[in-house]
Design a protein around this ligand. Sequence first.
Ligand code: HEM
Length: 168
Amino acid sequence: MKYLDSVIKESLRMYPPAVETARFCSADTTITSASGDIVFPKGSDILIPIMGLHYDPQYWEDPNKFNPDRFNEDNQRKIQHFTYMPFGAGPRMCIGERLALLEMKMALVHLLARFELLASARSPYPARFQACFNLTPEGGFWCRARPRPPRPLGQQRPSEAGELPAPA
Ligand code: HEM
């Protein structure tokens, strides 16, 4: 489960469904940074480039490489705040983060218990995306699912032993 968590987090780094988020500045605000004060006048619209931050080589070594180990227990602690934010950040961050992560894990556990998931020639690699607000793969996202052979009695997975609901 820990590695699945790392895989999902790394997938959300490379392919964040929300590529950017925004804030409206309701009062004059000054942020102090290492390179000096940054002043945001009242009324400013601020776009926060989530995907840009996720690929910034200043914060991520070899950012184009899919490497779930960035999110293992040791490395996760080293990630600089606000450089990884697939669910946004602060008081208006995604309210559904925990539900979304749980749903993804449940779906993958059920799928992987029954099928081997393989790349499909219908989806190009590297992936291509449509120009829109959300990260949407061009032509949809396709993969192949090969049923796993049943294991001998006594070595069955919970799905095969009938402890999980059968796939619809
Ligand atoms: C992979 C799945 C999801 C991703 C990547 C995602 C991402 C985001 C992001 C980036 C924001 C903006 C946060 C900010 O500006 O700081 C947001 C807001 C929000 N999300 Fe999600 N979300 C996901 C799933 C969900 C689910 C499952 C729900 C509800 C069940 C949900 C409900 C909301 C709501 C209500 C807001 C607005 C929060 C506010 O403005 O206070 N999201 N989400």
